[in-house]
Write a protein that binds this ligand. Structure first.
Ligand code: DLL
Length: 433
């Protein structure tokens, strides 16, 4: 099995720790000198960059949350002048401020390298024809994967997301061998192929790289059996880079972390204390080479565990278990990250309904659907049907404007959703579909 960068992916542990320490100290200097948010945090904590001498000091550093990045919207957390930023991406979020990520030329170079490693670990080579079905735009998936795949020398088809029938046609005609998408989009493609009567034997696909959202073992098996491919999982987050943070090798026993660029810890999301090695908790990532938007101890809210035994593939980097859940209420629907509170907020501004709601997620023919049950504030007789229909439409449009997805809206009678609390605010039936 080829290893893209043997120097870093097979580095001796002690040497890797030394490299990480050196890079951590550089990052600390950079943010202390250039990012007022971090300077303030250090001052409040009575810390100076000189206090960070080895990796054991990592837990003394402040944690960073998504809200901290948002508060600096758009460029407040950048550590270099704008003239050094060559690319800008951002997360989804229309009314709430999205997080904005800036990259220097070096950041892009490193990102490209990280993605090339992830692709190579999954078995992609220069002989592959790679179809990238992530959106090419502000989100990090499309361009992030694209540069890495080109660097690897593969033949890249930047088909982007959507136009599924056309995608399938392209996959067949262009003899695509590797598919890159979210796992749920792969499921949707499978259902469209069924409808069109395209059998996987007509395709040349052999491998898939899936990321951007959790992939359950059940989904992985379904994709593998229906497309006749090997399905690998890869993980990333825009706040620290985008795709390319970690990915499975062909043995698929955990996602190898690009440790020369990211330092990972697992914390208890309640006490915020670092957990002993091997325990499950919230993944926290510190960037080691980022220049545009360096991050100290970024709280991903993703739940995983670190696997430090060496992998049989020969890489010496630590691995993380596939991420299946989060410590907050963020849900990912059709690749869009959604916080229920964003929906709640908009309901406050709509007359005749209460901000009492429930989100139900279903999967039909491989496609995720979001149904929003919303409580009416007063009883409405059926002769007010037209008003009800208008109300549903208003909610649909407003939700679409905020999260970019059109929900199915069901208005329910007053007091029906009284008992709905944080634990059943979101009912996710997608895996049982
Ligand atoms: O999803 C970047 C990305 C794009 C990664 C394409 C991989 C492939 P964000 O939009 O900032 O960035 O969302 C980050 O998505 O905190 C996780 O909750 C979730 N996520 C990403 N990859 C995985 C995965 C991109 N493989 C958030 N498994 C993260 C589970 C994932 N969750």
């Amino acid at each position: 099995m080829p290893i893209w960068n043997r120097t870093f992916e097979r580095m001796e542990r002690a040497e890797m720790r030394r490299l990480q320490c050196e890079r951590l100290r550089n990052t600390v200097e950079l943010v202390y000198g250039n990012v007022p948010f971090y300077r303030r945090k250090f001052e409040q904590m009575g810390l100076t960059p000189g206090d960070i001498t080895d990796l054991g000091d990592l837990s003394r550093l402040p944690l960073t949350t998504k809200a901290d990045i948002r508060d600096g919207y758009p460029y407040g957390m950048f550590a270099v002048p704008m003239r050094e930023i060559v690319r800008i991406h951002s997360s989804s979020g229309v009314t709430t401020r999205p997080i904005v990520v800036g990259y220097t030329a070096n950041d892009i170079m490193h990102w490209t390298e990280q993605v090339a490693r992830v692709l190579s670990a999954a078995g992609v080579t220069e002989d592959d024809v790679v179809q990238i079905a992530f959106n090419y735009g502000l989100l990090t998936g499309g361009f992030g994967m694209h540069y890495g795949a080109e660097k690897l020398g593969a033949s890249v088809i930047p088909v982007s997301s959507g136009s599924t029938e056309r995608q399938i046609q392209i996959m067949e005609d262009f003899q695509t061998t590797a598919l890159i998408s979210t796992p749920s989009y792969a499921l949707y493609m499978i259902s469209v192929m069924d409808r069109l009567g395209v059998s996987p034997e007509r395709l040349c696909l052999r491998v898939g790289l899936f990321g951007g959202e959790p992939m359950s073992e059940r989904t992985r098996k379904e994709i593998e059996s229906k497309l006749g491919i090997v399905a690998t999982d890869n993980y990333g987050a825009s706040a620290v880079m985008g795709p390319g943070v970690a990915g499975e090798c062909e043995l698929r026993s955990g996602l190898h972390v690009n440790e020369d660029h990211f330092l990972v810890e697992i914390i208890d999301p309640e006490t915020l204390q670092v957990l002993p090695e091997g325990e499950q908790g919230e993944l926290v990532i510190t960037t080691l080479t980022k220049e545009g938007l360096p991050m100290l101890r970024y709280r991903t809210r993703d739940v995983t565990r670190i696997i430090s035994e060496p992998c049989k593939c020969g890489r010496t980097t630590i691995r993380i278990e596939p991420v299946q859940k989060r410590t907050d209420d963020m849900i990912i629907v059709r690749g869009v990250n959604i916080y229920p509170s964003e929906i709640e907020r908009l309901l406050y501004d709509i007359e005749l309904v209460e901000p009492k709601y429930q989100i139900v997620l279903d999967r039909e023919n491989g496609l995720d659907h979001l149904t929003l049950n919303v409580e009416l504030s007063g009883f409405m007789a059926s002769d007010q049907m037209q008003r009800l229909v208008g109300l549903e439409e208003t909610i649909r449009q407003r939700v679409h404007a905020v999260i970019g997805l059109t929900p199915r809206v069901r208005l329910v009678e007053p007091k029906t959703l009284h008992g709905v609390g944080p634990s059943d605010r979101v009912v996710d039936n997608r895996e049982s579909a």
